[in-house]
Design a protein around this ligand. Structure first.
Ligand SMILES: Nc1nc2c(ncn2[C@@H]2O[C@H](COP(=O)(O)OP(=O)(O)OP(=O)(O)O)[C@@H](O)[C@H]2O)c(=O)[nH]1
Length: 720
């Protein structure tokens, strides 16, 4: 598309306008409308569509209510409080164990040591009870008293000890040990039970002392009490922190969970909405638009076409004898065929078309803005319908089985007449029945006049094909003259003499050749014939050195082999490339201009030159003009015709001449029919002229130039 700001010349107003690249400004609103119509899920709730939709709608309602509750702040707060309370209770319960477990280890250790000492004292008392010498009880009263005292003090809390418990016990043990050692010799020969008890006691005492020492080193009672207090405080602090952190964590978790739940609910709601939308707007079997969507789009298209005077078409497609296939092969097989038909339709119709399945074996294709006139739209619709016929006639391979099926197609055109949706569908349906009656596997137009015209066009197309084959075409050459009246070249113009109809005007068969693709073989023929003639011109003085202008259609120029074909023709005919001038139209530059320019440069390298035909009628782009390897601009005949009566046309003609001058291009005025037109163009600096005033298209230019007489009324400079 344009690579700089483009200026368009509007023939009516000569106002500059920006080239948008859109054919109609309706593009954006149309897209918006489509979106509004097709994807407004909320409208579904107002217009329930079938059981499925209703069920899906119910689910959506429940989900949406649920989501709304979750979105409400009160419910959110309640949920938070509840979850925080649960989390708090749970944390408190688990923290009791944690608090206990987190008391300082020394405190517990101290308790255990005290218990052990107490046990030890009990054992000592028992031993002293049993130590006797024969039947004589040894006097160990002092010892017993001392032990008893320790026991009493030990039974209290450690805080009752004023001094060092370990040391006190150690001295007590020392005393017991001395007593027992003193008894040792006198005890010899006493009862074996006592003898066994004493060493066992000593062993225990050794171990006990070690423990006592460790205890005395590790902590005094006061230290232990302090540690216990600190431990309690620490554990309280610790447990509070854990509770707070736990609660915050629980709060965060609850929040996350809530958000997650809400997201899940929303996701499910969206999925349900999507399903509803799918069911509402599309056919579940094929995925194509359903009747509802088609109706909406058709209503919208009809409004746009009426407003903007566009032409569209509705193609009603019904499969032939589908019922029989359904009954013989089964419903599932029929479904497979319908799906395959849908796939083929998608493949063979233009991208912008709407394809819908109305139900059963009925499909509809809507084509929008397919031609400037009803005839052009009919031709385009017919061409799409033929492509559909072709695609659906291909063998189907379903369930490993080859099947054949054909469609019947009815076509109804729509335009600015303000047709109604139902009426239009009925027309297309009626036309489809006519196609069935005509033997099926064919197409019919609703409008008999259109039908007649389409039939004629089809016949003409067949004739055109035959004409090409049978050599019914010929060329005429219309000379171009410079400012001094010298012939400088000629334009090759194709003519068709029909065996029955006589001469067919180019305006009748060129558009048909374009739409049917016959322009390609026709264009090739013209190029070859013109080059042959150009070669022949070199043999005569009157025509030697004249340029030969050949019209090239956009379709022909875009054909991938075009450059190679021109080169081959030049080579084959021996025509001088520097005298071949290809006339292209502005419209060629509207699409893929870079590719067009690249091709032009290739041909320019061969020596071929270029002229822009009918300059000023389209989006004349100054940005392109600069980049094109052009040698000539032609002022369109429509401007030349009214150059004396219409100030706008005169302005355009002057602008084109000025433009050509500033870009170093030759400017040719075509369609010059009067001496006044010629004088006007001449006075404004036009370089060359072509038209009936100076010479009609003739089969033999040499003869015409030799026999040339001075046309009446031309200026002296032309006649000189
Ligand atoms: N497999 C399948 N068949 C369907 C479906 N919906 C409708 N049908 C069947 O499609 C058939 C439509 O047949 P018709 O178009 O009326 O008749 P036909 O046999 O095609 O005859 P002509 O149209 O006159 O050539 C009926 O048998 C319906 O039962 C569907 O979703 N799947």
């Amino acid at each position: 598309m344009p690579c700089g700001p483009d200026i368009g010349l509007n023939s009516a107003t000569l106002q500059p306008r920006a080239v948008t690249g859109f054919r109609h400004d309706r593009s954006a609103p149309a897209a918006f409308e489509d979106l509004r119509h097709c994807f407004d899920a909320r409208s579904l709730a107002r217009e329930p569509c079938g059981l499925f939709c209703r069920q899906a709608g119910d689910v959506t309602n429940v989900l949406s209510r649920l989501t709304r509750y979750f979105r409400s702040p009160a419910y959110l707060l309640m949920g938070l409080v509840l979850s925080m309370s649960i989390a708090g209770v749970w944390l408190l319960v688990t923290n009791v164990t944690q608090i206990r477990a987190s008391l300082p280890i020394e405190v517990l250790h101290r308790d255990r040591e005290l218990a052990d000492l107490l046990y030890e004292v009990s054992r000592l008392e028992a031993l002293l009870d049993r130590v006797r010498l024969g039947d004589t009880e040894i006097d160990n009263r002092d010892l017993r008293l001392a032990v008893g005292e320790v026991r009493i003090r030990l039974s209290d809390r450690p805080g009752a000890f004023g001094g060092d418990l370990g040391r006190e016990l150690e001295s007590l043990h020392g005393r017991i040990h001395t007593t027992l050692a003193a008894l040792d010799s006198t005890l010899r020969g006493s009862s074996p039970a006592i003898l066994r008890a004493i060493p066992a006691y000593f062993d225990d005492v050794v171990a006990q002392r070690r423990a006592l020492r460790a205890l005395s080193i590790s902590a005094s009672d006061a230290t232990m009490a302090q540690a216990a207090e600190q431990g309690d405080a620490l554990s309280r602090l610790y447990s509070r922190t854990t509770v707070v952190i736990g609660l915050l964590g629980a709060f965060g978790l609850s929040l996350l969970q809530l958000l997650n739940l809400q997201r899940r609910v929303i996701r499910r709601q969206e999925a349900a909405e999507k399903e509803v939308r799918q069911l509402s707007f599309f056919d579940p079997l094929t995925g194509l638009a359903n009747r509802r969507t088609l109706t909406e789009r058709l209503r919208h298209a009809l409004a746009v076409h009426a407003r903007q005077h566009l032409h569209g078409a509705l193609l009603f497609i019904d499969l032939d004898h589908f019922k029989t296939l359904n009954e013989t092969r089964g419903h599932a097989f029929g479904d497979q065929l319908l799906r395959e038909v849908a796939r083929r339709l998608v493949d063979c119709v233009p991208d912008a078309a709407t394809i819908a399945r109305l139900g059963g074996d009925e499909f509809v294709v809507m084509l929008e803005d397919i031609g400037p006139t009803p005839e052009a739209a009919a031709r385009q619709a017919e061409s799409v319908a033929r492509a559909i016929l072709d695609a659906l006639n291909q063998t189907y391979l379903l369930a490993d089985d080859e099947t054949h099926s054909t469609p019947s197609i009815g076509i109804a055109l729509f335009d600015a007449q303000g047709e109604q949706v139902d009426e239009l569908l009925k027309r297309a349906d009626l036309a489809m029945y006519q196609a069935k009656e005509a033997g099926r596997n064919t197409l019919r137009f609703f409008d008999p006049v259109i039908q007649q015209r389409v039939r004629e066009q089809s016949e003409l197309e067949a004739d055109l094909r035959r004409g090409l084959r049978d050599g019914q075409f010929s060329l005429r050459y219309q000379a171009q003259f410079d400012r001094e009246g010298r012939a400088v070249g000629a334009e090759a113009l194709v003519r068709w003499r029909h065996p029955f109809k006589g001469m067919v005007p180019p305006a009748d068969f060129i558009p048909l050749a374009e739409s049917s693709g016959l322009i390609l073989p026709l264009g090739r023929w013209v190029m070859r014939a013109a080059c042959r003639e150009l070669k022949a011109w070199q043999l005569h003085d009157a025509t030697r050195g004249l340029t030969m202008a050949v019209n090239v259609s956009a379709r022909q120029f875009r054909h991938s082999d075009f450059v190679a074909e021109v080169e081959a023709v030049l080579h084959e005919t021996g025509a001088p490339p520097s005298l071949l001038k290809l006339e292209i139209t502005e419209s060629l530059l509207l699409e893929d201009a870079d590719e067009v320019i690249a091709r032009m440069r290739c041909l320019r390298q061969l020596g071929v030159s270029f002229a822009i035909d009918d300059f000023g009628t389209g989006y004349s782009s100054l940005a392109y003009l600069k980049r094109l390897p052009l040698s000539q601009l032609k002022i369109d005949r429509s401007f030349v015709r009214d150059v004396l009566t219409d100030s706008n046309d005169a302005a355009i003609a002057r602008t084109v001449i000025g433009l050509g001058r500033s870009l170093g291009l030759q400017v040719v005025g075509e369609g010059v029919e009067t001496a006044e037109q010629h004088a006007f163009l001449l006075s404004h600096g036009c370089d060359a002229f072509q038209g009936f005033l100076l010479g009609k298209p003739v089969p033999d230019l040499r003869d015409a130039l030799l026999a040339r007489t001075l046309p009446a009324g031309t200026t002296a400079s032309v006649l000189s």
